[in-house]
Design a protein around this ligand. Sequence first.
Ligand SMILES: O=C([C@H](O)CO)[C@H](O)[C@H](O)COP(=O)(O)O
Length: 215
Amino acid sequence: MARPLIQMALDSLDFDQTVALADQVAPYVDIFEIGTPCIKYNGINLVKELRQRFPDKLLLVDLKTMDAGEYEAGAFYAAGADICTVLGVSGLATIAGVIKAAKKYGAETQIDLINVEDKSYCARESVKLGAQIMGIHTGLDAQAAGHTPFGDLNEIAGLGLGVRISVAGGIKPATVQQVVEAGANIIVVGAAIYGAPCPATAASEIRELVDAAAA
Ligand SMILES: O=C([C@H](O)CO)[C@H](O)[C@H](O)COP(=O)(O)O
């Protein structure tokens, strides 16, 4: 099995704390995600800062675009994003716009399937348009209501779409093996790292667990 990537969700609103956390966990993760609240609060300068500080990391900007796909995402790809997210619920025209912007910069598009009613249909159509990553995502509010991403992950992995699958939504050490075995290629971790007493230690533990599960 190819080594799954670990994506660190940077969900703080504070610019300096975000950069400091990225510094701490950098040795253990593959992708820095600038989370939606974080990018809304800090804007494109944070993309430029992380791009400059971490030229070897993949940078995902969690725009969760809902409209004006090409126009909105284009600026973030231009600033150095390797991946931008677009909401599956936005519809195929907006998804196609983000994909068009990504292609212009040799970058990638992730479809966030959060709250999409027919996830299989959305995933299939998005792949036809050229999306490279399907994002299985149970958001923070849905997590608080007791939901998990595991059922959706099994559904989308079972389609055999030939694209990478990202999973997010309360992933922690105890659930790493389950999501790797279910077919996730990108493991997104936020609170289980940034909420730990030592984020670097927590990230290191997740790295070991991911690599062991994939071995
Ligand atoms: O995308 C996220 C959330 O919707 C806020 O934008 C989180 O970054 C994602 O859920 C990962 O964080 P955890 O669930 O805390 O692991």
